[in-house]
Ligand binder design. Structure first.
Ligand code: ATP
Ligand code: MG
Length: 576
């Protein structure tokens, strides 16, 4: 191993990569082709990110390719707008599909031809039971199913009906095409599953060309085969569908029969992950759109300021397993801090301002103090000049008139350091009629410019601050978890009951240092002592808006403990 190799993180190892390695070693495959197959009926979320990292990751590591395939077989729920957003999210996450962009709908003609082939060979039939009857006939886990009275329709009649279904002669639901497999199978998926249904609605890509659309289980394996996929990676709920996947491809005698391999879904505690529920949150106005920074969507995380490398690192940490995972948000935030710490410039912003007057500082004077953007890496990130003046703002929380013994910030008679500036001592305060402190009066020691005392005296507190003028007004949005329960989808009440009414706090009247004047949406920084922040798309010059990406310290362990959630995990990992 060379010196440079040592700095490249080794790719994750898991049972899927082991299978792929073996398949290449044995000569079963000479190259690897995977695919990520989203249905364009919503935006991507952190669970999809895991699947993307796995599919694109495996392809890249083994020198293969990964296709993006839109599983666009249900025109009622799918939209063009979602396709564009999905492509953008995948690129943002750091993966490139180049020209390997496919749609299940590209193969509608081939899918249809294969269906006629199944009919001709007596492996599929048109069933005219209602949806409810089909469910009833299907049986249960304990009881075998019963044959549909249409099961033994002749090939000619089936072909005729199927062609007329295609021609749009029948109402939705009048007939379906079913695979003829085994109504007594212990696996319900094998009890003559529906493979085509009538939907007389236009499709976003094929327009009015079709009145029948293939079902997911049928379209999926055939699309995999047509695209030459070698390893079809999907989530665990499809394990019981694998026999059907294999049955269809065996019966069609296709040349390419990919291997389906299942892995566990990734879930995030204090979130819902189903696209139906996420869509409800958006449509009911519970959040401000799919890219609301509280959403577990990639668009939301991007807006909140999560760097894509943090999302990838989190997915790698979650690993690829066979057991469903509920990950703590604290772990994701930990990855975010890890990614931001080396790159985010440190600046000062006061979220809840309290005015300070330095009584012995000349009126009208403003001096510029040199302040590095990063305490450990000033060379790489450089520095800026921060104006200091007679009137300043500090954080309201950083002052107490009657502090407890362990309070090391500003209080009457106490001396503290203003970061990069001077040591100042509090002399007196002004109050309003209700007794609230409105102004803190201090004196500064001119000999302490830069923040250290020549006589070597020590102060315990170092505080951030901004000059009253010049500084910039800003709005800051703080976020807490969207739900108060670690698994809101698991009841006993409907998930809406667990929405956190305090998930978003808007602070107006914040002040930030002038170096941020030109910060544009997406700009990330650390407000010293407050956390990492990112400029929101709502931001404008003169009216800056910041989202808090993450606080500086993990607050999840505590929250999870209060909520009695699977906090155990977060706590345990902290103890280790
Ligand atoms: P739906 O309920 O609409 O089917 P879905 O979340 O399964 O939603 P798809 O668009 O079908 O959405 O998902 C695309 C791919 O992402 C699939 O291969 C699916 O297995 C994978 N995927 C979806 N959710 C997760 C998750 N939570 N963890 C890991 N992979 C996921
Ligand atoms: Mg799905």
């Amino acid at each position: 191993m060379t010196a440079t190799d040592a700095t490249v993180p080794s790719p994750p190892q898991d049972f899927i990569r082991t299978i792929v390695t073996e398949d290449l070693a044995s000569g079963k495959h000479t190259s690897v082709v995977t695919r990520f197959p989203p249905e364009p009926n919503g935006h991507l979320h952190i669970g999809h990110a895991k699947s993307i990292c796995l599919n694109f990751g495996v392809a890249t590591e083994f020198g293969g390719v990964c296709h993006l395939r839109f599983d666009d077989t249900n025109p009622l729920k799918e939209r063009e707008e979602f396709m564009e957003a999905i492509e953008e999210d995948i690129r943002w996450l750091g993966f490139e599909f180049n020209d390997k962009l496919f749609h299940a709908s590209d193969c509608f003609e081939q899918l249809y031809a294969y269906a006629e082939q199944l009919i001709t060979e007596g492996k599929a039939y048109v069933c005219s039971l209602t949806a409810e009857q089909i469910r009833e006939y299907r049986g249960t886990l304990k009881e075998p199913g019963r044959a549909s009275p249409y099961r033994d329709r002749g090939v000619e009649e089936n072909l005729d009906l199927f062609r007329r279904m295609r021609a749009g002669e029948f109402e939705d639901g009048a007939h379906v095409l079913r695979a003829k497999i085994d109504m007594a199978s212990p696996n319900i998926n094998m009890r003559d599953p529906t493979i085509y249904r009538i939907r007389r609605v236009p499709h976003q890509r094929t327009g009015d060309a079709w009145s029948v659309y293939p079902m997911y289980d049928y379209a999926h394996c055939v699309s995999d085969s047509i695209e030459g996929i070698t390893h079809s990676l999907c989530t665990l709920e499809f394990e019981d569908h694998r026999p059907l996947y294999d049955w269809i491809l065996d019966e069609l005698r296709v040349d390419c029969h990919p291997r389906q391999i299942e892995f566990a879904r990734l879930n995030l505690a204090y979130h819902v992950m189903s696209k139906r529920k996420l869509l409800e949150l958006v449509e009911e106005g519970r959040v401000d759109g799919w890219d609301d920074p509280r959403m577990p969507t990639l668009a939301g995380m991007r807006r909140r300021g999560f760097p894509p490398e943090a999302v990838r690192a989190f997915c790698d940490r979650a690993g690829v397993t066979k057991r469903d995972q509920v990950m703590e948000p604290g772990l994701l935030e930990h990855s975010v801090r890890d990614a931001l710490n080396p790159i985010a410039p440190r600046v000062m912003g006061v979220l809840r301002p309290l005015k300070v007057v330095i009584d012995n500082y000349p009126e009208g004077q403003v001096e510029e103090l040199e302040a590095p953007y990063h305490p450990d890496d000033a060379e790489r990130l450089g520095s800026r000049r921060v104006p200091f003046a007679r009137e300043l703002f500090i954080e309201r929380d950083d002052f107490m008139e009657d502090p407890p013994r362990k309070f090391f910030r500003l209080a009457p008679g106490r001396e503290v350091r203003l970061r990069w500036a001077y040591l100042v001592t509090c002399d007196s305060v002004e109050k309003d009629a209700d007794g609230n402190v409105t102004v803190v009066h201090c004196t500064y020691d001119p000999a302490t410019r830069g923040g250290s005392a020549p006589d070597g005296r020590k102060v315990k507190g170092t505080m951030h601050w901004v000059a009253a003028e010049p500084s910039l007004p800003a709005e800051v949005r703080l976020y807490e978890s969207l739900f108060t329960k670690s698994n809101p989808a698991e009841g006993p009440d409907d998930y809406h009951a667990y929405l956190n009414p305090e998930s978003k706090t808007i602070l107006t009247g914040c002040r930030v240092e002038p170096s941020l004047a030109d910060a544009t949406p997406g700009h990330r920084c650390q407000f010293e002592r407050q956390g990492y922040f990112c400029v929101d798309p709502d931001s404008e010059a003169g009216a800056l808006v910041f989202n808090r990406t993450v606080p500086l310290r993990d607050s999840w362990a505590k929250i999870a403990k209060q909520a009695g959630g699977p906090a155990g995990d977060a706590e345990a990992s902290k103890r280790k």
